[in-house]
Write a protein that binds this ligand. Structure first.
Ligand code: SF4
Length: 194
């Protein structure tokens, strides 16, 4: 398969998802990556080649994993953009957000979370409680992403989507409070100016 791979290093935020999938071609370069053997023009790196299916699939998987669309892939025979770096939004619907917590809130039958800051250990702690008020899991960590990924994907705590969004929101508040020595009370706004 003849492919043209285009990598825009300016867009790269260095999360290295591409490297994790295809370390042979996306080489670590300090905080970002470089596309191995690519021709460089300023921060654009271009690589062209004829690849076996398995190698081509790795390129495509790596490009699709990029959260900022920094990697584009073009089929050189058909000129089809297999993975595009352009965000297309011309046909997107635009809606004004609206939600009334007092009328639309739905309790998650799976249970609830108790979230607090442990200042001595500089950690955030989350107790996952079932519907019978029994704590089934205590998860602690420093960064919101570590905690919610552990709860949702590793420990497979099965909750509603809006409850997962709530967890992320509360964890970010707790993180800001911990970092800035502010009071954190679950479900309340953080008071920024003490
Ligand atoms: S996945 Fe995208 S943002 Fe992450 S390192 Fe690779 S190119 Fe950069």
């Amino acid at each position: 398969m003849k492919l043209r791979i285009i990598y825009d290093k300016d867009l790269c935020i260095g999360n290295k998802a591409c490297h994790a999938i295809d370390p042979k071609h996306f080489i670590e370069a300090e905080e970002k990556v470089n596309l191995k053997d690519a021709v460089k023009e300023k921060n654009i790196q271009v690589l062209e080649g004829n690849y076996y299916t398995e190698e081509a699939e790795k390129f495509i998987e790596a490009a699709k994993a990029c959260p900022v669309n920094a990697i584009g892939i073009i089929d050189e025979e058909t000129e089809e953009e297999i993975v595009t770096t352009k965000v297309k939004g011309e046909e997107a619907r635009r809606v004004k957000a609206n939600y009334d917590d007092t009328k639309e809130f739905v309790i998650d039958p799976a249970g609830y979370f108790l979230i607090r800051i442990n200042r001595e250990e500089k950690k955030i702690e989350v107790a996952s409680c079932n519907e019978k008020n029994k704590i089934e899991l205590i998860t602690y960590g420093e960064k919101p992403i570590d905690i919610y990924q552990t709860i949702l994907n590793k420990e497979k705590v099965n909750i509603r989507k809006d409850h997962a969004a709530y967890l992320g929101r509360e964890l970010q508040k707790a993180y800001i409070a911990l970092k800035n020595d502010l009071e954190y009370v679950q479900d309340e706004e953080i008071i920024l100016n003490k």
